[in-house]
Ligand binder design. Structure first.
Ligand SMILES: O=C[C@H](O)COP(=O)(O)O
Length: 320
């Protein structure tokens, strides 16, 4: 998926150069970003486009369960739903991935083998990330060895907010190395910024670049455990960052808003934002994901409404 960045390699040669680079990025016009996200969020789309958008959104879902009470049985049921979201309608696309805690990866791998649905695992002391680098790397290595295709790591927000960008950079580099596999099929690395803790849009832009320079394959807004999570303006700022990063380096990085995305309306607003900000190249599950625990049912209900003219009640579909 990724090729190494060449022109930005010296940026992280010291904490001072990294800081100078990140603080040299143009500031985000907060009012402008809020306004643009609000405007794009109110775009109306035709019914035919809506049907396509719903299927596209389904194909981009990272169907997620990240609860202390998760069990192998719950994960297996979720995997069945990921592969065949509506048992009564084979035309519904599969979701992109199932996202679980590292100890549940083997169950997801077994349930999804040969289906094309990927297994994503959170790691690095998710959700706070408050543990040693050695533990973060071990946590990642466990998930990768168990067969995870994708790793969703959290950044050290404490270090970031203290201005210690080099520590954040070095941790991402170390976790990326732990994503390597002998067969060359490395797990893709999604770097969670936890934007709800980063305070400003300028910080969101800096954290996005920091993650990309360190080798992120994806940048992800949130863990789903902190509010606010995936707001449209934050996703907008991140989409601008991946667009500008590709302009500068030629390398594409994906974006994953996650947390609080529950309705078809939310999903479609995100798709409009992708199209208008980063561009249509990002409008595939390879480059854009929606991390969500309960969005899929609403997408299925709205899809049924478009197809049949009436809603199936929420009870018609199995729980997300
Ligand atoms: O990564 C995904 C999030 O944890 C899901 O958050 P959510 O439960 O608000 O959809």
């Amino acid at each position: 998926m990724s090729t190494p960045t060449t022109s930005l390699t010296e940026v992280a040669s010291s904490g001072a150069t990294l800081r100078a680079f990140l603080h040299g990025l143009p500031g985000v016009d907060r009012v402008g970003a809020d306004q643009r996200a609000a405007t794009l969020g109110t775009r109306s789309i035709k019914t035919t486009a809506k049907a396509k958008a719903i299927d596209l959104a389904i194909s981009m879902v990272d169907l997620t369960t990240l609860e202390g009470a998760d069990t192998p049985g719950k994960v297996r049921a979720m995997c069945a739903k990921a592969v065949r979201p509506d048992p009564a309608d084979a035309s519904v696309p599969k979701v992109a991935a199932v996202c679980v805690y590292p100890d549940l990866v083997p169950h997801a791998v077994e349930a999804l083998r040969g289906t094309g649905v990927r297994v994503a695992s959170v790691a690095t002391g998710f959700p706070s990330g408050r543990t040693s680098l050695a533990v973060k790397v071990d946590d990642t290595a466990l998930a990768v060895a168990s067969g995870a295709d994708e790793i969703d790591m959290v950044i050290d927000r404490g270090a970031f907010l203290a201005g210690d960008y080099l520590t954040v950079y070095e941790q991402i580099v170390a976790v990326k190395a732990a994503c390597a596999r002998k067969d060359g099929e490395d797990a893709h690395l999604k770097v969670i910024l936890e934007t709800g803790e980063l305070v400003t849009y300028d910080n969101v832009r800096r954290a996005s670049w920091l993650a990309m320079v360190a080798g992120a394959d994806f940048i992800k807004t949130s863990t789903g455990k902190v509010a606010p999570a995936a707001t449209l303006p934050v996703t907008l700022v991140m989409l601008e960052a991946v667009r500008d990063f590709r302009d500068r380096t030629g390398r594409m990085v994906g974006v994953k808003p996650a947390g609080g995305i529950r309705t078809t309306k939310d999903a479609i607003k995100n798709l409009v934002l992708v199209n208008e900000t980063a561009g249509p190249d990002w409008l595939t599950a390879e480059w854009f994901r929606l991390g969500a625990s309960s969005l899929l049912n609403d997408l299925l209900m709205q899809r049924t409404k478009l197809t049949t003219g009436h809603y199936a009640g929420p009870d018609y579909f199995t729980l997300d």
